[in-house]
Design a protein around this ligand. Structure first.
Ligand SMILES: C[S@@+](CC[C@H](N)C(=O)[O-])C[C@H]1O[C@@H](n2cnc3c(N)ncnc32)[C@H](O)[C@@H]1O
Length: 221
């Protein structure tokens, strides 16, 4: 058996999570509020969501952006995103595609004022290459936002130490490690904000950064 995670392992893993995803990660979250504020500040950007899951991020942002493209390697996640988008009516500024964000290109998709990795960069087989690919999708003034649980988050530690083993990459980075990796991809860290993770219920999940998640915002260097 190979140690290298296979792309179909990632898709199959998240296919299993698709039916219950929205219940656990809805638009009431702090990260959704953060992204709405960011889109308002950027002035209705064109957005790409890399690893879009069931599409809620873009659906929640639809009124705040010019248009949105969601890309996900899991066909079941994309099917759920398309079903969720249908509720917006026939006229929508959103499109969802099955695809590997590692191979996303500006030639095929155009350029964006905002690219997002929300809970998805940690699953990339080659995170440095994924960051470089995302940088290549930005227009000159574009921003990349990475939202990721901190590696010291209790839920992350629990699944790392006690969770079942899947054939899926799971590599959470500290903000400092992410900023260093992004620098190599031609991206400059502009700001880093703490976000609660896992809902508002448990005290530990509300601690900023170390026990929660963070949003790191990058511009082209
Ligand atoms: C933890 S989920 C986050 C989904 C969504 N961003 C959210 O916050 O609700 C990670 C998503 O990344 C997707 N993913 C993982 N590797 C990918 C890749 N190489 N290309 C595109 N999507 C990928 C998975 O299929 C999954 O839907």
């Amino acid at each position: 058996m190979s140690d290298t995670p296979k792309p179909y392992g990632v898709a199959a893993f998240f296919d299993r999570h698709a039916p219950g995803w929205d219940a656990a990660h809805g638009p009431q979250s702090d990260r959704a509020a953060y992204l709405r504020g960011l889109c308002a500040a950027l002035g209705r950007p064109r957005v790409i969501d890399l690893g879009c899951g069931t599409g809620w991020q873009l659906i929640d942002l639809a009124d705040h952006i010019a248009s949105g493209v969601g890309l996900d390697i899991s066909p079941a996640m994309v099917a759920q995103a398309q079903e969720n988008t249908a509720a917006l009516g026939d006229e929508t500024n959103l499109a969802f595609h099955v695809g590997d964000s590692a191979t996303a290109s500006a030639e095929a998709l155009g350029r964006f004022q905002l690219a997002l990795f929300v809970g998805s960069l940690e699953h990339a087989t080659d995170q440095a290459a994924a960051l470089a690919t995302a940088a290549g999708l930005l227009d000159g003034a574009g921003r990349l936002v990475v939202i990721m649980p901190h590696p010291c988050n209790p839920g992350v530690l629990r699944s790392r130490w006690f969770g079942p083993r899947y054939d899926v990459p799971l590599n959470h980075l500290t903000p400092r490690a992410l900023a260093g990796m992004a620098r190599g991809a031609g991206l400059r860290l502009e700001a880093c904000a703490a976000l609660p993770y896992g809902g508002r219920g448990r005290l530990l999940d509300r601690w900023p950064v170390m026990a929660g998640a963070y949003a790191a915002r990058f511009a082209l260097a």
